[in-house]
Design a protein around this ligand. Structure first.
Ligand code: UGA
Length: 364
């Protein structure tokens, strides 16, 4: 059998958070021929002098350019996305375009050229859990453990634009599946469950604007001494997954094509479930460990409504707990990083990167 490390990879969105970590690992393990495509290379600059990487500055809207690079690859990994909930209610047309229309072109190109497409979807396709509609059964795991091939996908009404992203991603999954069914497209769909790690999101006012995802929101608050905002009281739950574990799952897919092709995989850490209020508590206490001079008093948290924080049309995924039986059995994958360790690594990186002064403060 051909050594998978000799296959040629085309990674779309290689300069983003997931791409930058995937690239590091592939470089470390001497994958021979990696084409890294993005409009930005800040997060991967330190890797670009390696012989096995070719960086191509290319926009996903450049269809002929895209076709040329897909043509010469064996495997296409598609990571391009707008995946920040503050955008779903404010620029839903861009969200649908980048998460559906543009990747649809990629799917078509892969189908026409016989390429294996590894497409990054989202855990958000599951939407809300059935448990939310049957509160009396909320503690029955069958009501909230999400399985790739059996769980329903429950999105809110059209006016609740929070779901513009999930609907776009879900329809694209269905298109990929249909191309597999009708035209033999070789595909693998990855559903990430809240990956966290260094380089994940910007800090507003420093290297970006608007509202990033929760971990960066809380880091900004901690580093600038503002209160952490708990949307709808922080009762939603997430299973945060450390990026090294996530990348390990993807590498196992690349190494086991027969197990990975034609399948959808949840990639998440079921042992790391926490409420957002619990996450805030944990981050506050880790921040105090990393920055011991910060004032010990004050819970430093504010409750805000979803609509006031994100705008009209915001609804939330109440709970998403991945069933990872399939990745365990077919990829022999097991996420290893517990939540505290994942947060400590990620937060220490933010503090180093943004030069937080850890200065003593009166209160939050
Ligand atoms: C987002 C994307 O929609 C998913 O596609 C993506 O897979 C996921 O992030 C991810 O990182 O993997 P979500 O988990 O809702 O989904 O995004 P976050 O912004 O990280 O929000 C998590 C929870 O924290 C939500 O309940 C949100 O309302 C809450 N939140 C966010 C706060 O309570 N305070 C904040 O300052 C920010």
């Amino acid at each position: 059998m051909r050594d998978p490390r000799t296959t040629s990879l085309c990674i779309l969105g290689a300069g983003g958070f997931i791409g930058s970590h995937l690239l590091s690992r592939l470089v470390r393990e001497s994958w021979r021929d990696i084409r890294a495509i993005d409009i930005t290379s800040d997060k991967i600059r330190r890797l670009l002098d390696r012989d096995n990487i070719t960086f191509v500055h290319l926009d996903i809207y450049d269809t002929p350019g895209l076709a040329e690079h897909i043509e010469r690859a064996d495997i296409v990994i598609s990571l391009v996305a707008l995946c920040n909930p503050s955008l779903y209610t404010t620029v839903p047309l861009d969200v649908i375009d980048i998460n559906f229309n543009r990747p649809l072109e990629v799917v078509r190109m892969c189908a026409a050229r016989g390429k294996w497409l590894i497409h990054f979807s989202t855990s958000e396709v599951y939407g809300k859990t059935i448990g939310r509609y049957a509160p009396e059964a909320a503690d029955d795991p069958a009501r909230f453990v999400l399985s790739e091939d059996t769980s329903p996908m429950i999105l809110g009404p059209v006016g609740a634009q929070r779901w513009s992203y999930a609907a776009a991603k879900q329809l694209l999954e269905r298109v990929i599946y249909a191309y597999g069914f009708e035209q033999g497209l070789e595909y693998t769909i990855v559903r990430p469950f809240n990956f966290i790690g260094p380089r994940m999101d910007y800090i507003p006012g420093i290297d970006g604007s608007g509202v990033p995802r929760v971990l960066a929101c809380f880091m900004e608050a901690l580093m600038t001494g503002k209160p952490l905002k708990l949307v709808d009281g922080g009762r939603a739950r997430r299973c945060f997954t450390y990026i090294d574990d996530a990348v390990d799952a993807v590498v196992r897919m690349l190494e086991r094509p027969d197990a990975a092709k034609g399948r959808i995989f949840n990639v998440g850490h079921p042992g790391n479930e926490v409420t957002i209020a619990g996450l805030a508590e944990k981050m506050l206490s880790i921040y105090r460990e990393l920055c011991p001079r910060i004032a010990p008093e004050a819970p430093c948290m504010d409750r805000v409504s979803g609509e006031s924080f994100y705008g009209a049309g915001y609804e939330d995924s109440d709970r998403r707990m991945p069933d990872i039986t399939k990745a365990r059995s077919l990829l022999e994958w097991e996420p290893k990083t517990d939540l505290d360790t994942a947060l400590r690594h990620t937060m220490a990186h933010y503090i180093r990167e943004y030069g937080a002064d850890c200065a003593p403060r009166e209160a939050c």
